[in-house]
Design a protein around this ligand. Structure first.
Ligand SMILES: Nc1ncnc2c1ncn2[C@@H]1O[C@H](COP(=O)(O)OP(=O)(O)OP(=O)(O)O)[C@@H](O)[C@H]1O
Ligand SMILES: Nc1ncnc2c1ncn2[C@@H]1O[C@H](COP(=O)(O)OP(=O)(O)OP(=O)(O)O)[C@@H](O)[C@H]1O
Ligand SMILES: [Mg+2]
Ligand SMILES: [Mg+2]
Lengths: 226, 226
């Protein structure tokens, strides 16, 4: 469970202060399939970085399973993320010198998973992503949407309890987006894996069971369907 | 005018050959407002790189205003692009060490445009993009969609005859996408500036007057509306 209490984040440089997140109160519970929607610059990426512990707030608190991220050390936060959260970055952040398989298996390697098990998991998840046989390609040898799918595969490979996905369908066509979301929705239903998406894509909003609307760094609406 | 005749592009590495573009015949005339649509991996980026001269085909020819790109030197191609084509990259390709103003004015500087004229143009185009006042920010200090808008501003600042835009709305919300496309459509009507988009976004397809469908590196349909 993630609890954000009056969370604020400012960016300061020279004389300018940007209030990217201006007091968000939000609780994400286990098993949610939630979309955070808002215009470009409304604070979606900043908020996902705060609730994952990649960044700490200037005001308010973020509790990850009841632990305050501001009182955790850098190592504690990264260990927590490695074992609980799969993060899909808006710019993918694939490691250019590692091939597709090495990018995807990275977290499992840190967790000490055996090579054969890792390899089988990479093959399985690439197949789910419609990218069978791409194990040895490098990120620079992939199309934009293929890089995005490898970033998604990487986040899901170690089967974390929570997936935080920043604009996961931005470079995918309708067909690929829909099958990806159906696959995530099935995983959510079968395993209780929690999904939180930041998105502009109507395909994602349509499949979400909860939609949180961000405007200028504040959540202005919160709608649970069903 | 751009003429692609039976254009082919293969990527080779070790023992693998990828036929990214498998024989496209297509003519783009002055004043067009055209969308190239296709699933992830269908060859859109590769084709845009070929018709801009950023890359040369393995088979077939690309004629830019009747000149064959394969018989032009690297310098001739980059001079031609600088003076005729604004290219919007799928990954934006902003220069991290330059601020927003320096990124946008870059081409105009190469063309010898005076500082005051460049500055006025930067201010004007940032305002059109909904990003007034962002001149001195650096790319790392911008949201994903803000970086994308700076990449668009950069391509349009020198008012080239042709804009080639690779997924220009991928990280933009509906409202921003629609106002951007309306602005481009007005420019196209008033000045005859030619636009060719590679896209998955229905907002772009709806505004296009011509829609070319790519599948597996070939254009399978070509529909002119109106
Ligand atoms: N440098 C490269 N080396 C090897 N294969 C490549 C390279 N660049 C692209 N490809 C392959 O060529 C095909 C076409 O890629 P391209 O980037 O043109 O597709 P695209 O339509 O732009 O896809 P997307 O919508 O995902 O951006 C893909 O299968 C891709 O894997
Ligand atoms: N490092 C930074 N320094 C200064 N300002 C920043 C920085 N990162 C983001 N911002 C600003 O904070 C605000 C929120 O940015 P954020 O990236 O969270 O928005 P977003 O909703 O993810 O936008 P998009 O949909 O375009 O990705 C924006 O106005 C942006 O310019
Ligand atoms: Mg963002
Ligand atoms: Mg592409």
């Amino acid at each position: 469970v993630i609890v954000a209490e009056n969370v604020k984040k400012d960016y300061r440089s020279d004389s300018v202060v940007v209030h990217a997140v201006r007091g968000i109160d939000l609780t994400i519970r286990k098993g949610e399939f939630t979309a955070i929607v808002g215009p470009s610059g409304s604070g979606k990426t900043t908020f996902l970085n705060l609730i994952s512990g990649l960044d700490t707030p200037n005001g308010g608190t973020v509790l990850l399973n009841n632990r305050n991220t501001s009182s955790m050390s850098g190592n504690e936060l990264s260990d927590f993320r490695r074992d609980n959260i799969g993060f899909i970055f808006q710019a993918y952040n694939l490691i250019p010198v590692l091939n597709v398989e090495e990018n995807i298996e990275y977290i499992m390697m840190l967790q000490g998973v055996e090579k054969q098990v890792r390899h089988a998991r990479v093959v399985e998840i690439l197949d789910m992503m419609g990218m069978k046989g791409y194990e040895r390609r490098f990120p620079s040898q992939l199309s934009g949407g293929q890089q995005q799918r490898v970033a998604i595969a990487r986040a899901m490979a170690s089967e974390p309890a929570l997936i935080l996905a920043d604009e996961p369908t931005a470079n995918l066509d309708s067909g690929t987006s829909t099958s990806l979301l159906d696959m995530m929705r099935d995983l959510n239903r079968e395993t209780g894996m929690t999904f939180v998406f930041s998105t502009h894509d109507q395909h994602v909003v349509d499949k979400a069971r909860r939609v949180v609307i961000l405007e200028d760094g504040k959540n202005v609406r919160d709608e649970v369907k069903e």
